[in-house]
Write a protein that binds this ligand. Structure first.
Ligand SMILES: [Zn+2]
Length: 395
């Protein structure tokens, strides 16, 4: 591909601009140049027409998507919650598979769980391994430094391992996706409401924030992954996977809250949560603890206190995002937060008290609009077929 073609390809693939006029505006190139460029790309089989958008009367706007003929296994694995689906084009083949587990502590556990999930997704799609072109696995990590390929505070053992074993374990070219792929589609889902900037605050096995503003030059997506989650909120608090003490992630992530409740129960605290953290010696999953917290907080003083502390921490994180970035919308995501409407309202009320500047009405805190299937479909679209071909040719 030529350089302009690469730019167009990336814009379409990321979803930042998918119609000829949007692409021309983003690249500041004349419309007819872009028209010619995209015509050649379509002929070469790189892109193809996607959805049509109707805006009032007038001609519908044609959007384009990256052309893909293969079938991709998409897995979102952030630590203790696992989701997978098989996609051809943009459509799912069979039901999306979801699992919960304790936080995985080594590579063997991770690969075994991944293979189990792959088999379930293939069975649901009525496909076999030979039908799959490749896999994309979203994980909680960033590209490492100092000779280590990966770095993760949630899965610290990944640092010693890197991304090589994943392709071998899944039996196909496997690409790790380290970016939070939900920012662009969540923003796109609200554009018609005039939303221009958005930050996703994710609290699951880790704590991270990712944002994007349409008013910046393209490529303006930023991750505060290593920042919001690793701001120190309790200087003498528990150790964090990053090596510091008392980071937000070490006190408010799913595994952190699970560790705290477990320690208290073992120390003799009486609470309805004991069953959820000590279920027959089997390690509990943080996700199920949060469901239990929400269920019993009305009648269990200890659980109410844990929820209160959690809501406080999240509100603090929301106010930090507002003060630093001031996005139009903050999306609360992750299994600790999603679908707990009364918690969202409490977080919002508390965050309003903490924000330094601006009008109260300015804070808009919502849940994601993308369901698991839409998220995985977006993830599957990031599979780079060219990289896959290159790997096959090398082998
Ligand atoms: Zn940390």
């Amino acid at each position: 591909m030529t350089l302009p073609q690469r730019l167009v390809y990336q814009l379409i693939r990321s979803g930042r601009a998918t119609s000829q006029s949007d692409i021309a505006r983003h690249l500041r190139m004349p419309g007819n140049t872009v028209h010619g460029l995209m015509g050649r790309m379509a002929e070469a089989g790189l892109i193809c027409p996607g959805r049509k958008e109707r805006r009032g009367r007038g001609r519908p706007i044609q959007h384009y998507r990256v052309r893909r003929d293969g079938t991709v296994l998409a897995v979102r694995w952030l630590g203790s919650v696992w989701q997978a689906g098989v996609f051809s084009g943009e459509s799912a083949r069979g039901q999306i598979q979801t699992r919960q587990s304790p936080l995985v502590t080594d590579l063997d556990q991770a690969l075994e769980a991944l293979r189990g999930l792959r088999d379930a997704a293939l069975a649901a799609a009525q496909l076999e391994m030979g039908d799959v072109t490749g896999a994309v696995v979203a994980i909680n990590a960033v590209r490492g430094e100092g000779g280590y390929p990966l770095s993760s505070s949630v899965l610290p053992w990944l640092r010693e391992v890197g991304d090589a074993p994943f392709s071998q374990a899944l039996g196909c070219e496997t690409q790790l996706q380290l970016a939070c792929g939900a920012v662009v589609p969540e923003l796109r889902a609200r554009m018609s409401e005039g939303v221009r900037s958005l930050t996703i605050l994710n609290i699951g096995d880790g704590v991270s924030a990712h944002g994007m503003s349409l008013d910046e030059e393209w490529g303006g997506e930023h991750a505060w992954r290593g920042e919001v989650g690793h701001m120190v909120v309790e200087p003498r608090g528990p150790m964090c996977g990053c090596g510091h003490r008392g980071c937000l992630e070490a006190v408010a992530s799913g595994p952190a809250v699970l560790r705290r409740v477990k320690a208290d129960v073992e120390a003799g605290v009486r609470t309805a949560l004991s069953a959820a953290v000590l279920s027959g010696g089997v390690q509990a999953s943080p996700g199920s603890l949060f469901d239990e917290l929400e269920r019993v907080e009305g009648e269990d003083a200890y659980a109410a206190g844990v929820v209160e502390d959690f809501v406080d921490r999240v509100a603090w994180a929301v106010s930090a995002v507002v003060n630093m970035a001031g996005p139009d919308v903050i999306v609360l995501s992750g299994y600790t937060l999603e679908e707990r409407e009364t918690w969202r309202q409490r977080i919002l009320a508390r965050a309003r008290d903490m924000v330094l500047f601006g009008e109260e009405e300015d804070i808009r805190v919502e849940y994601p609009r993308l369901g698991a299937e839409e998220y995985l479909a977006e993830l599957s679209l990031t599979y780079d077929f060219r990289a896959g071909d290159a790997a096959v040719q090398r082998a």
